[in-house]
Design a binder for this molecule. Structure first.
Ligand code: ZN
Ligand code: ZN
Length: 154
């Protein structure tokens, strides 16, 4: 699987390939490293915890950039409006339908990615354990407060 994380020390974003044999996560830009504990990746190499900060809470989302998705939908609407302006209603509706269909199929083809609530690390190209569910505001809020508390106590 692939892990994209931000170094906890130098804030540099790194992208690394992770397999079961990986024992330490080493930042490419500074000397920060973290030992990957056995069990953090299970037998099927599914992450059980965040590999960058060992946080237990991960949420799953589609590995699909929202920006690209919105741009795509926007293009469809624009083309359709142009067709509409030229009095081609069937074409206008057709364009919208085609774009909606492509959007839908892209979405269902996208694989899920696991995102860490605490550090935002993304675990990609991996099988995902069913126990990880989609974004939960309560959990996010708990982590936000925890982080704020930690920052206060420094
Ligand atoms: Zn670093
Ligand atoms: Zn994390």
């Amino acid at each position: 699987m692939q892990l994209i994380y931000r170094c906890l020390r130098c804030q540099q974003t790194s992208r690394v390939q992770v397999s079961k044999s990986l024992e330490t996560l080493q930042c490419e830009s500074c000397d920060w490293s973290r030992a990957v504990e056995p069990g953090e990746l299970d037998e099927q190499e599914r992450p059980q915890r965040c590999l960058a900060c060992s946080c237990d809470d991960l949420w799953r989302q589609k590995d699909f950039s929202q920006k690209i998705g919105l741009m795509f939908v926007g293009t469809g609407i624009l083309l359709s409006t142009i067709a509409w302006a030229y009095m081609w209603p069937m074409l206008a509706i057709g364009i919208l339908m085609v774009f909606a269909l492509i959007d839908l199929s892209l979405y269902s083809l996208m694989r899920d990615v696991l995102v860490c609530y605490r550090c935002g690390a993304r675990h990609r190209h991996t099988e995902i354990d069913e126990r990880h569910v989609s974004f939960n505001l309560e959990t996010a809020e708990r982590h936000r407060q925890e982080t704020a508390r930690l920052a206060d106590s420094k």
